[in-house]
Design a protein around this ligand. Structure first.
Ligand SMILES: Nc1ncnc2c1ncn2[C@@H]1O[C@H](COP(=O)(O)OP(=O)(O)O)[C@@H](O)[C@H]1O
Ligand SMILES: [Mg+2]
Length: 243
């Protein structure tokens, strides 16, 4: 299978001198196209920093980040902005929807900015239906439940058929039933549409939705294992990697 994402020797520190915090340390990672994988680690282990580096929202101090055959470390800003908009789908913990736009407009926004919304109308209709958002598209975010808001954000991330979807604690602001439902939908999106998904979570139940988990400890990947869809397996392997 073709690799969709590969990082090698990735490093990122914040601050200077005695205030320096190394957030990502010699992180090497790879994932094939069509995979659904998760990154787990304690708070402060560098999960968000790692995801933001791959998304091109932060630039690394050193190392390589290849997304779909393109090196994004050191890519000029304007080129990176376009690449991110077209090839990377982002899902955040706090949904990041625009309150004055309807659900439909939020979903279409990145494509409108890119001038390609019309090319993706069939895809958007398919996503709205797959994500259970029929009848909700003319609502504004404040008229939607947390779970529905996050499903709008998932549709927005997927609308332009990105190379990879990156999700940072996507269930962090949801109650358990909505979190469970979001996990099932991410699995469905991965299996039915073949979307490549990399999700960060510290929750074993959520991470078990992915097929494989990678453990980040002090900014470095120290273990990786198949989940077999079992939260118990994830918990056990995660704790073993932490001692
Ligand atoms: N913008 C920043 N400025 C300074 N330190 C930061 C910044 N972002 C993250 N850090 C630090 O880097 C480390 C990793 O943070 P983060 O990637 O957010 O971890 P996680 O998502 O696993 O909780 C932490 O020690 C955090 O305080
Ligand atoms: Mg984080």
């Amino acid at each position: 299978m073709k690799e969709i994402l590969k990082t090698a020797g990735l490093n990122k520190a914040f601050g200077m001198g005695e205030n320096e915090v190394v957030a990502v340390r010699n992180a090497s990672f790879s994932m094939v196209a069509g995979a659904f994988e998760a990154v787990m680690g304690p708070s402060g282990s560098g999960k968000s920093t790692f995801l933001h580096l791959i998304a091109g929202l932060l630039s690394p101090d050193s190392g390589s980040i290849i997304v779909e055959d393109r090196e994004i470390a050191g890519m000029p800003d304007t080129e990176l902005t376009l690449f991110r908009r077209r090839r990377i789908g982002l899902i955040f913990q706090d949904f990041n929807l625009i309150p004055t736009l309807t659900a439909q407009e939020n979903i279409e926004l990145p494509l409108l900015l890119d001038g390609t919304a019309h090319e993706h109308s069939a895809r958007i209709a398919e996503l709205v239906s797959l994500l259970g958002l029929n009848g909700r598209t003319s609502h504004f975010p404040e008229q939607l439940s947390g779970g529905e808001r996050q499903r709008v954000a998932v549709a927005r991330a997927l609308a332009g058929s990105p190379a990879i979807v990156l999700a940072d604690e996507p269930t962090g602001n949801l109650d358990s039933p909505a979190a469970r439902s979001l996990c099932e939908l991410l699995r469905k999106v991965n299996k039915e549409l073949g979307s490549s998904i990399l999700m960060v979570s510290h929750d074993p139940v959520v991470a078990a939705a992915a097929d494989r988990v990678h453990i980040l400890r002090d900014g470095h990947f120290c273990a990786s294992f198949a989940t077999h869809g079992s939260a118990a397996t994830v918990s056990e392997r995660y704790l073993a990697a932490m001692v």
